[in-house]
Design a protein around this ligand. Structure first.
Ligand code: SAM
Length: 279
């Protein structure tokens, strides 16, 4: 080990495995949010009284469908990469929206992956759903799609209520992967944390002391960004960006890939040679 190199970091996967094994059973067995009075920044499922799958507690079907339909507007879709599918709340909607779609799920949590494969065992058996656990390789997604012979052919990268928890370097690698994997005209349909919204401000203010105590470690808290950052980065990666209404707290957007070469100059100037790498 290099002397002084920081290796003792929390891992996304451990946080979310623990959510599945400990937090969700407690929530499932407790009082549903429908019977609770919540602060306005707590965007949760207040319609249903029982949560069958982990994730049901975060939003009812109608509101999840609204978020997805607003951002993912393609008509004909064959192949989707979903990031942070969790228990499959949006996977279910994707399978309903596009009858013959194939979905590849990329998640960090093995426990969530088990739930997803159990819930959609028929689709897994039929080859409609495949799952991969994301490990340390920053180019894993590009390599995965290359191995499948689908570079430049994926219709959409989709992620809802997941990337709000993911910091920008990781997010950037998913967006970079999108420039290599999506077809021209393919969509990035996503929501991220928005410190520039009133409800975002409230959540940040309410959560800050507890997150402070974690001394920078990964956790279930939000990783805050803002519309100008999303717009600037995705435009420079070759997307046309459409910022959407979303759920009023987080930043929903739909970004269409127009020019996958757009990032080349800045990457090269930065010495970020992976733009040209033969994955
Ligand atoms: C709050 S849950 C949302 C799950 C699902 N999208 C839903 O709305 O029900 C967050 C999900 O993102 C996954 N996740 C966390 N960090 C991630 C990362 N860096 N890359 C991909 N997925 C991640 C978690 O394992 C979990 O499945």
């Amino acid at each position: 080990m290099t002397k002084g190199k920081m290796t003792n970091r929390g891992r996304y996967g451990d946080v979310w495995d623990q959510y599945v094994t400990e937090s969700f059973p407690a929530i499932q067995g407790g009082e549903p949010y429908s019977g609770q009075s919540l602060k306005p920044w707590r965007v949760l499922n207040q319609s249903d009284d029982y949560y069958a799958w982990p994730g049901d507690e975060w939003g009812d079907k109608a509101s999840s469908k609204r978020l997805l339909d607003e951002a993912l507007t393609l008509n004909a879709v064959n192949l989707i990469c979903e990031f942070g599918a969790g228990g499959g709340r949006y996977t279910q909607l994707l399978l309903e929206k596009y009858e013959s779609v194939e979905i590849i799920s990329y998640d960090v949590s093995q426990k969530f992956e088990q739930v997803l494969r159990q819930r959609f065992s028929e689709e897994v058996d039929a080859g409609k759903l495949d799952t991969e656990i994301l490990l340390e390789d920053p180019y894993q997604v590009v390599r995965s799609i290359k191995r499948r012979g689908k570079l430049g052919q994926v219709d959409a990268f989709v992620s809802f209520d997941a990337m709000v928890h993911v910091e920008l370097h990781t997010l950037f690698m998913y967006w970079f992967a999108a420039t290599k994997c999506l077809r021209i005209g393919g969509q990035l349909a996503m929501n991220v944390a928005n410190a520039g919204s009133e409800l975002g401000f409230m959540k940040l203010a309410a959560n800050a002391p507890g997150v402070y105590r974690g001394q920078g470690g990964v956790g279930g808290h939000f990783m805050w960004i803002s519309p100008d950052i999303v717009h600037y980065l995705l435009t420079n990666l070759g997307f046309t960006v459409n910022l959407l209404e979303g759920n009023g707290r987080d930043l929903s957007f739909s970004a269409t890939l127009e020019n996958p070469e757009r990032g080349r100059v800045l990457f090269e100037a930065a010495g970020a040679d992976y733009f040209n790498r033969n994955f």
